[in-house]
Design a protein. Structure first.
Length: 305
């Protein structure tokens, strides 16, 4: 029997171009994605993907099925939205901040779910840089924040990491490094490098570069993820960014490949933060429990910073 799980896993793989990235996006194991796609192909009696060392490419039938899969998911989403919401009893206002990367590539889906699950919580959302988020939590003009936890600096803030997003090398299709069985930062140092600066990405990058005793040949520093994506896809350079912001196609429709690095490149960690002595309101407790439940398969790492 065709299931929504199979369709969702298929769509994620089609959009990401790799099973590993689809698994990260869905917060499940790679084997679960692989199994769902195999089940779907057996049920349909058609191959949906052509598999290669570079990832998963849709077949003609796969492209045809993808259009119908989008329709199915949209129909289900509309049906869910039309259902009357249950009264959870949790009420209140929640002043929530998020940094650029989190608000752009992680939060929208969960915000929709939170509004459905807790219709009587007034979530006031703000996009701030890390320093302003920390100050807001300290002076209590903010209740909680969703941040890159590895960037936090203030000693009076608790951070609960929800998941780690692996940083990989991004490069254009048919780049010579695509053919190497192992890629190191030393290999990357010989290539023109596009450095993302938003959310202190450049500072994070230089930490692992310095640990490896190497340095990138930076030809551009930019706060635009889409600029990085386009320049890499067009062959202007390479970069190293996390799976969370990866998409296999640039705005011009050019393919972007990824490769894991041999070196110890720290992942990008996303999680919740709040003032260590904060008195939790019902709304704050609801937000924390929602994300704990959403990432129950992940290792919860509570640290005081």
């Amino acid at each position: 029997m065709l299931t929504l799980r199979q369709i969702r896993y298929f769509v994620a793989t089609a959009e990401m171009g790799q099973i590993s990235l689809a698994a990260v996006h869905l917060n499940i194991s790679q084997s679960a994605v692989t199994g769902a796609i195999q089940e779907l192909e057996q049920l349909l009696g058609k191959k949906l993907f052509t598999r290669s060392v570079h990832g998963m490419m849709l077949t003609d039938y796969g492209n045809h099925f993808l259009n119908h899969a989008y329709t199915v998911l949209q129909t289900v989403d509309n049906a869910v939205r039309s259902m009357p919401v249950s009264d959870t009893g949790v009420r209140g206002t929640l002043r929530l901040a998020a940094s650029y990367t989190v608000i752009g590539y992680f939060l929208p889906f969960h915000l929709q779910r939170l509004m459905q699950d807790y219709p009587h919580i007034d979530i006031q959302l703000f996009e701030y840089e890390r320093q302003d988020i920390e100050q807001g939590l300290i002076d209590q003009t903010l209740d909680m924040a969703l941040v890159l936890t590895g960037n936090l600096r203030h000693q009076s803030i608790y951070a609960e990491t929800l998941f780690n997003s692996t940083r990989r090398l991004w490069l254009p299709s048919r780049h010579p490094l695509c053919e190497k069985s192992q890629v190191t930062l030393e290999d990357v140092a010989d290539e023109p490098f596009i450095m993302l600066t938003v959310d202190e990405a450049a500072d994070s990058a230089m930490r692992y570069w310095e640990e490896a005793g190497a340095s990138p040949d930076v030809i551009l520093r930019t706060s635009s993820v889409e600029a990085v994506r386009s320049m890499v896809a067009n062959g202007s350079g390479v970069t190293i960014l996390s799976d969370l912001v990866y998409r296999p196609w640039s705005l011009e429709g050019r393919r972007i490949e990824t490769r894991s690095l041999v070196n110890n490149v720290h992942p990008m960690s996303v999680g919740l933060a709040w003032r260590y002595d904060a008195c939790f309101t019902p709304a704050m407790a609801a937000l924390r429990e929602y994300f704990r439940s959403a990432f129950v398969t992940q290792q919860i790492n509570m640290v005081r910073r």
